[in-house]
Design a protein around this ligand. Structure first.
Ligand code: CP
Ligand code: NVA
Length: 310
């Protein structure tokens, strides 16, 4: 029996709270420079099909702080599904390492790794989800707000992988989320469908809108992300024109609730989806958010390792 984090929906609401509590404890220990070798001698394989700063550095640093070791496999190393099948790679890695983190194009690659490897597999971003990011984002809000239930957040821009994981978390934790995207860039219908059971239970309201001003009205946190995700580089120029009205700038932020927090998973394209003024302004928590990738993922690794027995 082992547990994975392929999607935010791999964790129950109670387990998400457990991960937050663990992250807060590990963060305090890290700040006090108190040893917390909860994964002493364990090894994490980090499989990357796409580039990364935050994900690579936070997983590797996290593993060192937990007393373990991380191996970085760059996009050209494994050639998942090309040099060898996902099955063969998963079977080999599971014989050597204790945890696998994978950043992939297809969500199916993460799902297949999780199906074949008998060690925990963590989604470090796929085209469909970025659960580690959302746990770090939510931890950042939780540190400021306490409970997240009933809080209102807004997403402005592309209905992408980060947006998808936020939708799933918001529904699970009973938050209200308004999303404004240009036509044709809405979050996937399948993701919205997957929130229905949770939304009935928690009372979460998820709205998909066109007008960014309507989305941010009353929002206590405003999120944005790049307009062209990794793998969509050839569309970047065309998207820039379409998304210009969706820039998070001073005027848009002024329509949110007073003091609303601003979050961006980074990397940011300053002057495109977010202005310097907002990103460097007093309401921005983007670097707290980046820091919390470390603490949230350490908690995820410990949580999954503790619940997985070989
Ligand atoms: N936010 C995030 O995942 O950053 P990287 O792409 O640098 O890992
Ligand atoms: N949506 C972005 C997030 C980067 C961390 C991408 O997939 O490129």
């Amino acid at each position: 029996m082992k547990r994975d984090l392929r999607s935010i929906q791999d964790l129950t609401a109670a387990e998400i709270e457990e991960v937050f509590a663990l992250a807060i404890d590990l963060k305090a220990k890290t700040k006090r420079r108190e040893e917390h070798h909860l994964l002493r001698g364990r090894v994490l394989a980090m499989v990357f099909e796409k580039p990364s700063l935050r994900t690579r550095v936070t997983f590797e640093t996290g593993m060192v702080q937990l007393g373990g070791h991380a191996i970085y496999l760059q996009p050209s190393d494994i050639g998942l599904g090309k040099r060898e099948s996902v099955y063969d790679a998963a079977m080999c890695m599971a014989r050597w390492v204790d945890l696998i983190m994978a950043r992939t194009f297809a969500q199916k690659t993460v799902d297949d790794l999780a199906a074949y490897a008998d060690v925990p597999v963590i989604n470090g971003l796929s085209d469909i989800e970025h659960p580690c990011q959302i746990l770090a984002d939510a931890l950042t809000l939780r540190e400021r707000w306490g409970s997240l239930r009933g809080r209102r957040i807004a997403w402005v821009g592309d209905g992408n992988n980060v947006c998808h994981s936020w939708i799933l978390l918001a529904a699970r934790l009973g938050m209200h989320m308004a999303i404004a995207t240009p036509e044709g860039f809405e979050p996937q219908g399948e993701i919205l469908e997957r929130t229905q059971t949770d939304a009935v239970e928690t009372g979460s309201e998820i709205r998909v809108l066109r007008d960014p001003r309507e989305a941010v009205a009353g929002a206590e946190a405003v999120f944005t992300d790049t307009w062209a995700s990794m793998g969509q580089e050839s569309e970047a120029e065309g998207r820039r024109r379409i998304f210009t009205p969706y820039q998070v700038n001073r005027d848009l932020l002024a329509r949110a609730k007073e003091g609303a927090l601003v979050l961006h998973c980074l990397p940011a394209h300053r002057g495109e989806e977010i202005t310097d003024e907002v990103m460097d302004g007093p309401q921005s928590v983007v670097f707290d958010e980046a820091e919390n990738r470390l603490h949230a993922q350490k908690a995820v690794m410990v949580f999954l390792a503790q619940r997985s027995r070989r």
